[in-house]
Write a protein that binds this ligand. Structure first.
Ligand code: UD1
Length: 425
C-alpha cells in the first residue's frame, strides 16, 4: 500500500504553479455529453478523479482522447449513449451523478446508483432530483437496487426552481439539464462558486444561453442543440489555498503561481488575520506571495460557508495551521455534518483539539509530533501532509489514494519548494 513519508525540512521557499481545478473539470467533462461535436478541455489536472470521470464517460459510450501530459482531453459523445453509469464506477466518485443532468436533457433518461454514505456526511441528491422533477422528469427510486431513475417523454421544459440550500452539485446538474429544455428556467438560491461560473462559461461557448452564474439567481433560455468548443479550466482554488497554508505552517515564503486571487479572498483574509503577509504579484496579478515569517502567527476563528464564505474544502488544512500558532482558535463547520475526521489524526500528532457539535476548539501553541496517521478523505489527507511539514520527526500517512484524487503532482510540487516528502509503495 502506498504511503507518504513527510519530515520537517524547515520553512518552504520558492515558486509553485497551480493546476486546473478538479471541481471545475468534472462537471465540464460531464457536460460534454450535451453536444454531438467533440469538446476539447484544456488545463486538465492529472488526477485519479479525472481518470474515473473518463472511465464513466467511456462506460456510457463517449470516446475520449487523453493527453494528460499536455493537460488536454477531447470528449466525443456523438454516439448512442447508455443512460446509466455502472454502479462500481458511480460509487467510486460522487461527482458521477453530474452525468444525470446532461443525459436526461439529451436522451430523456438517466439512472444513477444512489450515492452511499460518504466519508464526509450523508450527501443526499434530493435537490438535484427536485430540479429535474420541476422540469418535467419523473423520478423513480428502486430501493432494492439502490438506484434512482429520471425519465421524460418529450423534452424537458423550463421551470422556476428554488434550491433549499445552495448546493454546488445540484446547481451544476440542473443548469446542465436546463440548457436544452424548452423555454426559460430560473434557478434561485443557487451556488455561486467559481466552478459554477466556469461551467456556465463553457456551456455558453457551446451555444447555451445562461445568465447570472456567480450570483444567487441563474436564468437559462433553452436552446435546441449545442456545438463543440474548446475550454481552459480555471486554476484550482483549493490547491491554491493548500499551498498558501503550506507557506504559513512552515513559516516560509512561497510564490503561488497561476491563481485567481478573487477566488481565494477568505483564505487571504484569514492568513492575514493570523499574521501572514499575502501580496498579489505577477504582471497579470495571477500570483500570490505568502510569507509566514514576518511576525509570530496567532489564532483566528473560522466558519465554513457556501462561496464567497470560507470554503469547507480548506477547513482541515487551515485547522492544521491553527494548531501551530500562538493562542486558541475556533472552527465551525456548517456545510458538511461529518467533516472532522482529521481531528483524531491531528490529535495523534499532539494537536489537542476538542470538538463540541459543529465546533472545534484548537488550543494552539503546540509543537506537532510526527506519527502514523490515516488520510480519511481528500482534504483531511492534505491537512495531515501540512501538519507533517511542521512536525518534529517523521509523519507516515496511509490511504494516500484519497489525497491523489485531488492534488496533481503534490509530492513533486512540495519537493520543488524544499519540502521533505516521499511517496513509498
Ligand atoms: C462540491 C465539491 C466539494 C465541496 C462541496 C461544497 C465537487 C465535485 N465537489 O460537492 O469538494 O466540498 O461542493 O463546497 O464539486 N445537499 C443536500 N441535498 C442535495 C445536495 C446537497 O442536502 O441534493 C447538502 C449536502 O449534504 C451538504 C451541502 O448540501 O451538506 C453541500 O453539498 P454540495 O454543495 O452539493 O456539495 P457537492 O456538490 O457534493
Amino acid at each position: 500500500m502506498a504511503k507518504f513519508l513527510v519530515k520537517n525540512a524547515g520553512p518552504l521557499h520558492g515558486e509553485v504553479t497551480i493546476s486546473g481545478s478538479k471541481n471545475s473539470v468534472l462537471p465540464i467533462m460531464a457536460a460534454a455529453l450535451l453536444s454531438d461535436d467533440p469538446c476539447t478541455i484544456l488545463d486538465v489536472p492529472a488526477l485519479s478523479d479525472v481518470e474515473v470521470m473518463c472511465d464513466i464517460l467511456e462506460s456510457i459510450g463517449a470516446t475520449i482522447e487523453k493527453d494528460y501530459e499536455a493537460g488536454k482531453i477531447v470528449i466525443d459523445a456523438n454516439h448512442e449513449l447508455r443512460s446509466e453509469t455502472p454502479a462500481e464506477l458511480g460509487q467510486r466518485m460522487r461527482a458521477s451523478i453530474l452525468t444525470m443532468g446532461p443525459l436526461l436533457a439529451r436522451d430523456g433518461r438517466t439512472r444513477a446508483s444512489l450515492p452511499g454514505g460518504c466519508a464526509i456526511g450523508a450527501r443526499p441528491i434530493d435537490l438535484h432530483l427536485k430540479g429535474f422533477e420541476a422540469m418535467g422528469a419523473e423520478i423513480i427510486f428502486d430501493e432494492e437496487a439502490g438506484t434512482v431513475t429520471a425519465t421524460t417523454d418529450g423534452p424537458l421544459h423550463g421551470a422556476r426552481i428554488y434550491l433549499d440550500y445552495p448546493s454546488v452539485g445540484a446547481t451544476e446538474n440542473i443548469m446542465a439539464a436546463a440548457v436544452l429544455a424548452e423555454g426559460q428556467t430560473i434557478m434561485e438560491n443557487v451556488a455561486q462558486e467559481p466552478e459554477i461560473v466556469d461551467l456556465a462559461n463553457y456551456l455558453n461557448k457551446m451555444g447555451a444561453r445562461v445568465k447570472g452564474a456567480g450570483t444567487d439567481m441563474i436564468k437559462i433560455d433553452g436552446v435546441k442543440s449545442l456545438h463543440g468548443t474548446e475550454h481552459n479550466v480555471i486554476p484550482d482554488r483549493i490547491e491554491t489555498g493548500t499551498f498558501m497554508v503550506a507557506a504559513a505552517i512552515t513559516r516560509g515564503d512561497v510564490l503561488v503561481k497561476n491563481v485567481v486571487p478573487d477566488h481565494v479572498r477568505p483564505i487571504i483574509a484569514k492568513l492575514i488575520e493570523c499574521g501572514c503577509q499575502v501580496e498579489e504579484a505577477g504582471d497579470d496579478l495571477d500570483e500570490l506571495r505568502v510569507r509566514g515569517n514576518i511576525k509570530e502567527l496567532k489564532g483566528t476563528d473560522i466558519k465554513t460557508l457556501p462561496y464567497p464564505g470560507f470554503p469547507t474544502d480548506m477547513q482541515s488544512q487551515f485547522m492544521a495551521l491553527l494548531t501551530t500558532v500562538h493562542g486558541s482558535s475556533t472552527v465551525i463547520e456548517t456545510v458538511f455534518e461529518n467533516r472532522y475526521m482529521h481531528i483524531g489524526e491531528l490529535n495523534r500528532m499532539g494537536a489537542g483539539i476538542r470538538t463540541e457539535d459543529k465546533s472545534a476548539l484548537i488550543p494552539g501553541d503546540v509543537k506537532l509530533q510526527g506519527a502514523q496517521v490515516v488520510a480519511t478523505d481528500l482534504r483531511a489527507g492534505a491537512a495531515l501532509v501540512l501538519a507533517g511539514l511542521a512536525a518534529e520527526g517523521e509523519t507516515e500517512i496511509f490511504e494516500i489514494r484519497h489525497i491523489e484524487r485531488g492534488y496533481a503532482g503534490l509530492v513533486e510540487k512540495l519537493q520543488g519548494i524544499g519540502a521533505d516528502i516521499r511517496r513509498v509503495d
